[in-house]
Design a protein around this ligand. Sequence first.
Ligand SMILES: Nc1ncnc2c1ncn2[C@@H]1O[C@H](COP(=O)(O)OP(=O)(O)O)[C@@H](O)[C@H]1O
Ligand SMILES: Nc1nc2c(ncn2[C@H]2C[C@H](O)[C@@H](COP(=O)(O)O)O2)c(=O)[nH]1
Length: 226
Amino acid sequence: MFNCEKNTTRPFTVIVEGNIGSGKTTFLDYFNQYENISVLAEPLKMWRNCNGHNLLGLMYEDPKKWSFTFQSYVSLTMVQHHCHRSPHPIKLMERSVYSARYCFVEKMKRDSILSEPATAVIDEHFQWLINNPSTAVDLVVYLRTTPEVAYERIIQRNRKEEKTISFDYLKELHDIHEDWLFYKNLHHCPAPVIVLNANLDKSSIEEEYQKCQSHILNAIPISVQG
Ligand SMILES: Nc1ncnc2c1ncn2[C@@H]1O[C@H](COP(=O)(O)OP(=O)(O)O)[C@@H](O)[C@H]1O
Ligand SMILES: Nc1nc2c(ncn2[C@H]2C[C@H](O)[C@@H](COP(=O)(O)O)O2)c(=O)[nH]1
């Protein structure tokens, strides 16, 4: 049985989910101030430089050709975060193996970007992963925005790879996040969900972050069955 947990306890694990540009990295930066929390931001640097290849850029340039390659690497890097042996009692992760499959692969399937054999491989891999204790999570924080707000922030952030992201793409990704984490009528939720209004601008968003602060800061490590 694959299990990267060696200790009798594991950190209380929180995954931070939300559309592209919803403010996940900014949310994690806010909680980075607390010493008892391990914060694992999305491994964007790895996605932009896998042995010299910018897989994120390739995926956006030619989704049909590179989505499976990119998704395979996203999965590896996310499992590494799920397995990260945190020295702290609480672990905050930006995204997870769950949103990779339930949101992005879901979108690729709807757009017929992935072939059926590729989808079959991704699904078998994903089912194997979520049946292992290493991918257990204890809380989901959903940063809920409108697609318009997320789109505006992506434009402001101005990442070179993301210049091809259309509003329609973002709108459908928004709807998928909503069905998964708000209406809960799409895929399994791996843990209880706290929804935050991430439309708020930076002058008032910290007050919104504080709505989940006690759930996170007062959490205790989870005992792991031997
Ligand atoms: N509450 C907010 N109000 C205004 N701009 C924000 C807010 N949160 C994040 N941003 C900005 O929006 C962009 C996307 O934020 P980021 O945290 O990178 O989102 P994500 O990690 O979800 O893609 C960044 O330029 C960031 O500075
Ligand atoms: N095709 C996929 N793209 C993904 C996945 N996870 C993240 N991403 C993209 C979306 C953004 O362009 C970038 C960083 O995400 P942010 O939401 O932090 O801006 O990476 C995925 O699983 N598949």
